[in-house]
Write a protein of this length. Structure first.
Length: 954
């Protein structure tokens, strides 16, 4: 591990305030042209109200038919609304009793009402006809939820195809998403320090809203279970969600042997976060365990009389006592299990956290995996009122090859990692734990198989394994050798988490969401915060649909559990590539076809998604490589992501395929990275005959582990930001503007570099903001980056990189990146030669003075925040990892370059929720050669609104 002999410098925050908003005549986005036309005259409003009323009557008639055909359906009416896109807001339609289950394209909304007669909605429609309640003009169309519409809009393409191929009694594994948003009310304003100094009233309002969601979610889960049972179906796993409970927490230290034993035996409902320490060191533990619902504080308006205030204080006291009793009762079982293990703990050291105090609102959907017949699925699609989306569970596959060829074992073989080295979870097909190049790094005593009825943790994928290669790529990230680190030790510990069967597919008794959830929480018990999951669906995600549940689960874990999930883009099969070449498609043009987009779970916004590059040239007539060094692999899938954000995030060397003059494609040639292979079936211990993005992803997981080893206090999102910030495009992409659009879809931000991510040197300086800073809704934090005079000269070329990473709580039902997360953040930079004071005034509405009329030209950023303002086809601020860079003449830089982080509201309605942020920076300066010597200084900006501290030695 390279030592950081040049600690990072502080990046100074010089100001914080409120976001300066663009001036507009009316609040909110402007109304659409159709809305304006409806409001243009009384006649137009009356005609429109008649059309809406007809739509309501059709919806009522459809539901009457469904109720007769399916008498066991939950009460309520499903229908579709087409609304002005400016009017898509959960709270906007609650007065009409309308629940927005999911957002589709072009203002189309899956809607539901508990009112079986839609009386509230009809009353507002009639009022529009009289010239009142003009907001109903924003409802452009009410569409009955007939079978054709529901199947078109709510059934995935894979399931649609499958339903056309099977009989009525044939069973299919499906993922069902149901809406649970309910009718909740508007924003919860920040509490008034003068009248609610402890925030009890605000907490009470939030708690009541959470309790309302839990009641709706639990009721709808039970209703769905009854519906599935009545149609002879079964749940693969009982539906659950962390927001269905309150939680208590304890921190303690445990002896190592006791910690490992307890971690395996404590109930899965306990969420345990452990330090990454092994050997004889004590384990630091945080144990979170579920509670019954805690009673809310009074959440009404401030009492006006002293007697009223006294009653409120008494109710607050009673609520606090009840909460203490609940926590005490719930903690007894945890304490008992610790005492059985010989561990004592003071009750005074216990603490509890509550979602109504510090966490975002719960989600608006619940997903589950069900096995149901075609007949049952058709009933679900025709009439189930809470349905948002249903799709077949896709086959999940891992890369496979023939595993031919061999290379000699390296000498010496690395020894065990340091006791406090990081732990990386390998969610895969198991590991050959006695492999000579791997065995000393695997935590064999806590390996686990999650396959029902199969406790074997060995990698039995024929002929050369899969999880074994992935584990090797974490330990040996260089594609050309399997050599030990300078200290002769493995760089990290490996945790073997088996989820794939011997054939390389996900076990039919598991589903991807539950498997990911279970493996991550198990891995956290043993200190793992970095997880590599080199498993993909066999087809691309549907960019016209909603975020799929597997990707959304990864996003939820990333946001709530401080974990970094490293996943591959997925691969194009060699047979498919052969068909493409035979049909006249050429490399690399076929890579960026829409049919070759990322495969799930690479659509996960918060995951570190890794694409693949070819590493070497090779030919052995009639075969030769398809790609070539530093070019996208022949099997590489392309971005962008679900919301047109940059995906993949980075790339590594996953290898290549070969072809011959007849366009035959081979995948077992020595074009892959040099990796350990399983020897269980007689194959060589080391070979380079396997290629795939499965083996690129763990190389980046290895870099992540090296960053964590350099500073264990770093949060997962900080590690993610540092990896992205260290990435660079290869020269062919950087220097050819005509290929930038291709490069961003295939390379993301480029090839990461471990030394750039970890250490500074004489030519590279990183500036980092202080830990613990958090930004709220519409808040801005302004930072100043001092630019030395040596950079601010004509003829000096300067490169500036800025990276921001965070992880908001996801909602699958949203179609826009700004509403997918509970909060989101953006960064902005000063313009050319813009004074720091002018920049602060332009960003901060509370800044003294008026903002300047002309801020000058912006810096020539490569990607740009808005879609198609920089590189075509991607939105620089569309995801949760925002990096951009520019190269400019040093004379255009001010003495202090201003940077700001802006907090923005997503779906969260509590305006007092914050997200912690980190900002760090580097510059790169190119001077003309002087006497054969070239001067190079690097400054890079890395930001992270997520959670936790960055630490002192990033």
């Amino acid at each position: 591990m390279p030592a950081s002999t040049h600690p990072h410098l502080p990046l100074v925050q010089v100001q914080q305030g409120k976001r300066r908003k663009k001036k507009r005549g009316l609040p909110g986005p402007p109304a659409g042209d159709l809305t304006k036309a409806i409001l243009a005259s009384p006649t137009a409003m009356n005609q429109h109200s008649l059309g809406l009323r007809n739509g309501v009557q059709r919806a009522l008639g459809r539901q009457q038919v469904n109720s007769q055909n399916y008498p066991d359906l939950p009460t309520g009416i499903p229908f579709f609304l087409r609304v002005d896109p400016a009017a898509i807001d959960d709270s906007k339609w609650e007065a009409e009793g309308i629940e927005l289950l999911a957002e589709l394209d072009d203002g189309l909304i899956i809607s539901f009402s508990q009112d079986t007669n839609l009386q509230e909605l009809l009353a507002k429609i009639d009022a529009l006809g009289r010239g009142d309640v003009k907001k109903m003009a924003s409802v452009w169309e009410i569409i009955e939820a007939d079978e054709r519409q529901r199947r078109t809009l709510m059934c995935g393409a894979g399931l649609t195809d499958r339903l056309n191929q099977v009989g009525q009694a044939d069973e299919i594994s499906i993922t069902i998403v149901i809406g649970t948003s309910g009718i909740r009310g508007g924003d919860i304003e920040a509490h008034d320090e003068g009248q609610d100094s402890h925030g009890y009233r605000r907490a009470g309002r939030r708690k009541k809203r959470i309790q309302q969601w839990r009641a709706i979610a639990r009721e709808r889960i039970q209703q769905l279970m009854a519906f599935v049972s009545s149609n002879q179906g079964r749940f693969l796993h009982e539906p659950d969600h962390p927001f269905l409970n309150d939680w208590a927490e304890i921190e303690t230290q445990l002896p190592p042997a006791t910690a490992d034993l307890l971690a395996k035996e404590l109930p899965a409902a306990y969420k345990i976060s452990a330090s990454s320490a092994h050997g004889n060191q004590p384990r630091r533990w945080k144990i979170r365990f579920p509670l019954p619902d805690l009673p809310p504080f009074p959440g009404g308006n401030p009492p006006r009389s002293e007697a009223g205030r006294a009653r409120e204080r008494e109710l607050q006291r009673q609520a606090m006592e009840q909460r203490d009793e609940i926590v005490l009762r719930a903690s007894n079982e945890v304490q008992r299990q610790l005492r059985v293990a010989g561990i004592r703990h003071d009750y005074d050291a216990w603490d509890f956290t509550e979602p109504d105090v510090s966490e975002p609102e719960p989600p608006q959907e619940i997903c589950c995996v069900v096995i149901l017949s075609k007949q049952g699925i058709e009933a679900l699609l025709k009439a189930y009122p809470h349905l948002v989306y249903v799709e077949e569970v896709p086959p999940l596959i891992c890369d496979a090859g023939d595993g031919v060829g061999s290379e000699a074992l390296p000498d010496p073989i690395p020894g065990p990692p340091h006791e406090d080295a990081p732990t990386v979870g390998i969610i895969d097909s198991g590991i050959q734990e006695d492999h000579p190049l791997i065995k000393d790094a695997v935590l064999t005593t806590v390996s686990r198989s999650f396959l029902p009825g199969d406790a074997d943790v060995a990698d039995r994928v024929q002929p050369s394994g899969h999880g074994t290669l992935v584990a090797g790529a974490v330990l040996y990230p260089h594609p050309d050798h399997c050599l030990a680190q300078p200290d002769g030790r493995h760089p990290c510990w490996l945790l073997n988490l088996r989820v794939l069967s011997d054939d390389g597919y996900l076990h039919p008794g598991l589903c991807s969401t539950v498997a990911t959830w279970a493996t991550v929480h198990y891995g956290r018990r043993f200190g793992a915060r970095i997880f590599n999951q080199s498993i993909s669906a066999d087809s691309p995600f549907d960019p016209q649909g909603h975020m799929d549940p597997w990707a959304a689960m990864i996003d939820l874990l990333s946001a709530t559990e401080d974990v970094l999930m490293v996943v591959p883009t997925g691969n194009l099969p060699p047979g498919h590539i052969q068909q493409l070449l035979a049909a006249g498609h050429t490399y690399p043009a076929y890579l960026i076809q829409n049919a070759h987009r990322l495969a799930s779970p690479a659509g996960a916004m918060h995951a570190l998604v890794v694409g693949s590059l070819s590493y070497r040239e090779w030919q052995s007539p009639p075969w030769q490589h398809i790609a070539g060094p530093n070019l996208p692999s022949a099997f590489a899938r392309s971005g962008p992501g679900w919301f047109d954000e940059v995906k993949p995030d980075v790339v590594a060397f996953g290898g290549d395929f070969a072809s011959d003059a007849s366009n035959n494609v081979g995948h077992n040639h020595p074009l892959g990275p040099l990796l350990p292979h399983s020897t269980l079936y007689g194959r060589a211990a080391v070979s380079r005959s396997m290629s795939g993005s499965s083996f690129a992803a763990p190389q980046v997981a290895g870099i992540a582990a090296a960053i964590e080893a350099s500073n264990p206090s770093l949060t997962a999102q900080t590690i993610r930001a540092l990896i992205a910030s260290s990435a660079r495009w290869p020269a062919w992409a950087e220097n050819d503007a005509m290929r930038h659009a291709e490069a961003i879809r295939l390379l993301g931000y480029g090839i990461p570099d471990q030394s750039r991510a970890i250490a500074n040197d004489e030519h590279r300086v990183t500036m980092v903001s202080a830990p613990g800073i958090a930004v709220g809704v519409d808040q801005v934090h302004v930072y100043a980056v001092p630019v030395p005079a040596i950079l601010r000269r004509s003829g000096v070329r300067v490169r500036i990189d800025v990276t921001l990473a965070y992880a908001g709580i996801p909602r699958m039902r949203r179609r826009h990146h700004r509403q997918y997360q509970h909060l989101y953040a953006e960064w902005r930079a000063a313009h050319q030669q813009e004074d720091l004071t002018d920049f602060s005034q332009r960003m901060d509405a509370e800044s003294a003075g008026e903002p300047p009329n002309n801020a000058g030209s912006p810096l020539p950023w490569r990607i740009r925040p808005q879609r198609n303002h920089g590189i075509q086809g991607v939105r620089g601020s569309g995801g949760s990892l925002h990096k951009d860079w520019c190269v400019l003449d040093g004379r255009l830089l001010p003495e202090e370059l201003g940077l700001t982080v802006i907090g923005r509201q997503g779906w969260e309605r509590d305006l007092e929720v914050w997200i912690p942020e980190i900002l760090a920076g580097k510059f790169q300066k190119f001077l003309p050669d002087v006497g054969g010597c070239r001067v190079l200084v690097l400054v890079q900006v890395v930001g992270r609104p997520s959670g936790g501290d960055l630490g002192d030695s990033v």
